[in-house]
Design a protein around this ligand. Structure first.
Ligand code: FAD
Length: 335
């Protein structure tokens, strides 16, 4: 490999880990090309918008203790859910939790276009060796990018394995041992709010969390600006996360069946629920990791293959952020 500081890095994934990795590398003068199959930044911190409603159907809120991560959370709003005791300070984005990723992306966009290239809406299907050295990335549309000296995958392990399948490396060997779990998320709008706290944890075996999205700072305002005209003022807006057991048992169920089941459970818990104005179920197939790797990142320095993500140490955005930062640090220092 050539000297580390001259290297050209491909980063697959523009979630929190990929963006944090890129931002650290760019600060040190590396050339980074970021790919993501989605149209926006954020990965599992993304926000679903429908009419005037904003749903954080993945990450519900951010919290953490790492000073670097906390300094990034200061760009968000603090959220104190009513009726819920929390020992942690919780943070959310005013317009949606994808704001954290957008903020990091905006910071890195200030680097010169010679150093930073971003390809959203671009699904990487394969990484294969370039000649004489390096790696080429192929997309589902048959495009080819590269050569790159180092490829960093921040996709969840089963997706990373598919992309890196043909490469014999300690990275792919370790990725193959990791299993993810699925989570169903129900997005629900009711004509009146339910009489429940803003944040409910595990009210029964099938529901892991109920989040009143309308209680997050500025969300009600966002809803009311045009909500006044449309009569949507004062609605209840919720994200309901199913438990691991329910999600696993319903992994192949239709969104409609999941919706009916979860709404039925809400009624069993809280009585008849007000008229439903909107509902949609989303399946996060790789929502989290069953048992984290226990190391901050994976790096095969000799081959120039690396992987990072929350799954390295846990299941939170903070884990993702730290993994991306630590992998970047290892590439920067070369040790
Ligand atoms: C339902 C749910 C609730 C959660 N709640 C919380 C919470 O309250 N608080 C908290 O801190 N965390 C929460 N999390 C976890 C948090 O969302 C993750 O820890 C964090 O977002 C992971 O970031 P990441 O960068 O490691 O991975 P991701 O966000 O998964 O990023 C990986 C990126 O890779 C891209 N990608 C994958 N394959 C390809 C490909 N072939 N080509 C191109 N791009 C590709 C994906 O599109 C994605 O953008 C929750 C997650 C879920 C699903």
């Amino acid at each position: 490999m050539q000297p580390i500081e001259n290297q050209n890095i491909a980063i697959i994934g523009a979630g929190i880990s990929g963006l944090r990795c890129a931002s650290r590398l760019l600060e040190c003068g590396f050339i980074c090309t970021i790919f993501d199959k989605s149209r926006g930044f954020g990965g599992r911190t993304s926000t679903r918008r429908k009419d005037n409603w904003h749903f954080d159907h993945g990450t519900s809120y951010f919290s953490g203790t790492d000073p670097d991560f906390l300094s990034h959370l200061q760009t968000l709003q603090s959220w104190q859910p009513r009726g819920t005791e929390t020992n942690e300070q919780l943070y959310v984005g005013a317009s949606g939790n994808n704001e954290l990723a957008k903020n990091i992306a905006a910071q890195i966009a200030q680097h010169s276009p010679i150093h930073l290239h971003t390809h959203l809406d671009t699904t990487i299907t394969k990484v294969r060796p370039a000649s004489p050295t390096g790696w080429l990335l192929t997309t589902d549309k048959g495009e080819s990018f590269g050569p790159f000296d180092i490829v960093v995958s921040t996709a969840p392990p089963p997706q990373a394995i598919n992309i890196l399948a043909d490469i014999q490396s300690s990275v792919t060997q370790r990725l193959a041992t990791l299993e993810t779990y699925c989570t169903w998320a129900l997005m629900l709008v009711t004509n009146k709010p339910l009489t429940i706290p803003d944040l409910v944890h595990a009210p029964n075996a099938d529901i892991s969390r109920i989040i009143a999205e309308h209680s997050k700072p500025h969300r009600q305002l966002a809803q009311t600006e045009s909500g006044l005209a449309s009569g949507k003022l004062g609605q209840g807006q919720y994200v309901i996360h199913a438990s691991n057991a329910f999600s696993q048992a319903h992994v192949e169920a239709t969104p409609e069946a999941v919706m009916q089941s979860l709404v039925g459970q809400l009624e069993a818990l809280y009585g008849p629920i007000p008229q439903i104005a909107h509902s949609q179920a989303h399946r996060w197939l790789h929502a989290g990791i069953r048992s984290p790797l226990g190391e901050a990142y994976l790096l095969d320095r000799a081959q120039g293959i690396a992987a990072a993500g929350d799954w390295c140490t846990g299941n939170s955005a903070e884990d993702a952020f730290i993994s991306g930062a630590n992998l970047a640090q290892a590439l920067i220092t070369g040790v």
